[in-house]
Write a protein that binds this ligand. Structure first.
Ligand SMILES: [Ca+2]
Length: 215
């Protein structure tokens, strides 16, 4: 059995939370095993995090936006306040957001690791709409979530969502931990059609890599 005795992050759990069946929520995702593969920009997608202004609901000094965005999984954001914790990602104009990727590490972060996250979008922080509700079970690795524009009956209209704001709300942590750790967040948009074409090979293919080494 895991020992969380040295962890000061656990608070008393309230019994007030209702046990609704979350699986009937069309935005609900259960996540357990992450990927060791770093999600990278490629011919299909580009990382647009640097185009946004990032703000956090709270942060421990030295564990803020920089550590969330430094491309290193050894560094992390640590909240320093009451739940829920928020990561607010604000673009200057509407962007086509296709994927949001998070790196979590339950093995290291224990009760600081999120167990329930809501991803919300909107054109202001006052009219946000939940598009994903994720429950994490002792997560380790990269977790990537696709955002899609859906019709009234849930059909997928577009493989992205056009939005100015993305909010990642950390609603709960593992073992009811108070503060949270997220080690890295990436946010991707689809590439404009003019940036790639099926006529060209994918430059990261094995063939191209071998070819590139020949002088
Ligand atoms: Ca980091």
């Amino acid at each position: 059995m895991a020992d969380y005795g040295n962890n000061n992050n656990v608070i008393e759990q309230s019994n007030s939370s209702s046990h609704m069946d979350l699986s009937i929520n069309p935005n609900y995702v259960h996540a357990h095993l992450g990927s060791p593969q770093v999600p990278e920009a490629n011919s299909q997608r580009r990382e647009i995090g640097d185009l946004a202004v990032w703000t956090l609901s709270s942060a421990k000094p030295g564990n803020g936006v920089e550590q969330l965005r430094d491309d290193q999984i050894s560094t992390f954001w640590q909240s320093d306040g009451t739940q829920p914790h928020y990561v607010n990602i604000q673009f200057l104009k509407k962007m086509r957001v296709q994927e949001v990727s998070l790196y979590l590490d339950f093995k290291t972060d224990e009760s600081y690791t999120p167990s329930k996250i809501s991803i919300r979008v909107g054109n202001s922080f006052y009219e946000l709409q939940e598009v994903k509700l994720i429950e994490f079970e002792e997560p380790i690795g990269w977790f990537t979530f696709q955002l899609q524009e859906k019709g009234t009956s849930g059909q997928i209209l577009k493989p992205y969502i056009k939005t100015m704001f993305v909010q990642i709300a950390i609603i709960q942590n593992q073992h009811s931990g108070r503060d949270t750790h997220i080690r890295q967040i990436k946010i991707f948009a689809p590439r404009d059609k003019c940036y790639y074409s099926d006529m060209y090979p994918h430059f990261k293919s094995v063939e191209m890599t071998q070819f590139a080494s020949i002088r």
